[in-house]
Design a protein around this ligand. Structure first.
Ligand SMILES: Cc1ncc(COP(=O)(O)O)c(C=O)c1O
Length: 368
């Protein structure tokens, strides 16, 4: 398999740990191991005694039990734990796709959602979100994209990079189209539970039937990217088995301490989510003011979930703008060119505690 570099990840590899203000991170503020252990009396001692042998390849039963509670109709044996969501994307594509297949992908998107399929040799159609309509997806476009050899439709909601949250009717309609055409629906839900209005949360795709696969992770809403724990949930036993068999060639099984800590964090996830939504709410309020004040330089569509948005930069080329900004101030934004977006947008991330400080430097730069 030949696959081009992952542009966004290469950009982070260059800057993330060398700049002062990462104002484009998609994950929320993290926690220390100490913070997690403080959630449950006795867990400190349990972690110290936790066994460091190989773990169960599919994920520990108690962790899978905890993850299964996020869904309505999913049993622990329908959860396959991976090293991050990234491994799950890679294994899903390799388990399901042949080079002769066609895949339809919600776009713009996290690069691996289309690139891995391309690397396998598949035809890929990018299903473009409509910026003028709040980055919405039109199910009629999906119908037009379907070909004789289409096998998988890939969506991501809440969405990276726009913060788009799909309305329930559209979500259901997409699944209906997939069922009518015998297609798998791969639903990247790594930003789930970060909706600003709890009532707007979608059901998980995996709860809708056997043609669907949901992707989840500890990294984003819970702020625990360093655990590298992600998973797929599916009622499709065949896909589950194929992915589990492929995992023997990537990571075999997951990190034992990470599994322990992920399980603990999930037991108290409401606390973690509440803390992170508070940070998002405070930072978003200041972003709204900022964009109102600089309406001639930026066009802002307020996200409905998650810790990222995709504003438009007016009157200046975005990659050069981001480069000058980071070199002058240590404030890192992410140019949309890394998504191959031709529209002069950039990604801004507002899930971190030092966001306001970074924004102050950004403001001074703009106004000087
Ligand atoms: C939409 C989407 N899917 C998957 C991933 C991968 O998640 P992880 O880095 O935790 O493996 C990301 C990370 O940014 C993402 O934004």
């Amino acid at each position: 398999m030949r696959i081009p570099p992952f542009k966004l990840e290469r950009y982070f590899a260059r800057y993330e740990f060398n700049v002062k203000y990462v104002l484009c991170a998609s994950d929320c503020e993290s926690f220390s191991i100490q913070d997690l252990l403080a959630l449950e009396p006795g867990s400190d001692d349990k972690l110290q005694r936790h066994w460091l042998g190989y773990t169960e390849s599919t994920g520990s039963p108690s962790l899978r039990f905890e993850i299964s509670k996020l869904y309505e109709h999913i049993k622990p044996e329908q959860i396959l734990v991976h090293t991050g969501a990234e491994e799950a994307i890679f294994l899903f594509m390799h388990a399901v796709l042949d080079p002769s297949d066609h895949v339809i992908v919600h776009w713009p998107c996290y690069q691996s959602l289309h690139e891995v399929a391309r690397g396998i040799g598949c035809q890929v159609t990018l299903w473009k979100a409509n910026e003028e309509d709040g980055w919405s997806l039109d199910p009629d476009d999906l119908r037009k994209h379907i070909r004789r050899n289409t096998k998988v439709v890939i969506i991501n909601t809440p969405h990276n990079p726009t913060g788009y949250l799909m309305p329930l009717e559209v979500f259901q309609e997409i699944n209906r189209i997939c069922l009518e055409n015998n297609l798998f629906l791969f639903s990247d839900e790594v930003y789930r539970e970060s909706e600003y209005e709890p009532g707007s949360r979608l059901p998980s795709a995996c709860d809708l039937g056997e043609n669907t696969i949901s992707l989840g992770v500890m990294s984003k809403t819970y702020g625990l990217a360093g655990l590298r724990i992600g998973w797929i949930a599916t009622q499709n036993a065949k896909i589950y088995k194929q992915m589990a068999a492929l995992k023997d060639y990537t990571t075999i099984c997951n990190s034992a301490p990470s599994e322990f800590l992920a399980e603990l964090a999930l037991r108290y996830r409401e606390k973690l989510v509440r803390r992170n939504l508070e940070i998002i709410t405070e930072n978003l309020a200041m972003l709204d003011q900022f964009f109102a004040r600089h309406a001639k330089r930026f066009a802002w569509q307020r996200p409905r979930a998650g810790a990222i948005g995709f504003p438009l930069l007016i009157g200046e080329e975005v990659a050069g703008f981001c480069q000058n900004l980071v070199e002058s101030t240590g404030v890192l934004l992410l140019p949309g060119t890394l998504y191959d977006d031709p529209g002069n947008h950039f990604r801004i991330g507002f899930g971190r505690k030092n966001f306001l400080e970074g924004m102050n430097h950004f403001k001074v730069y703009l106004e000087s």
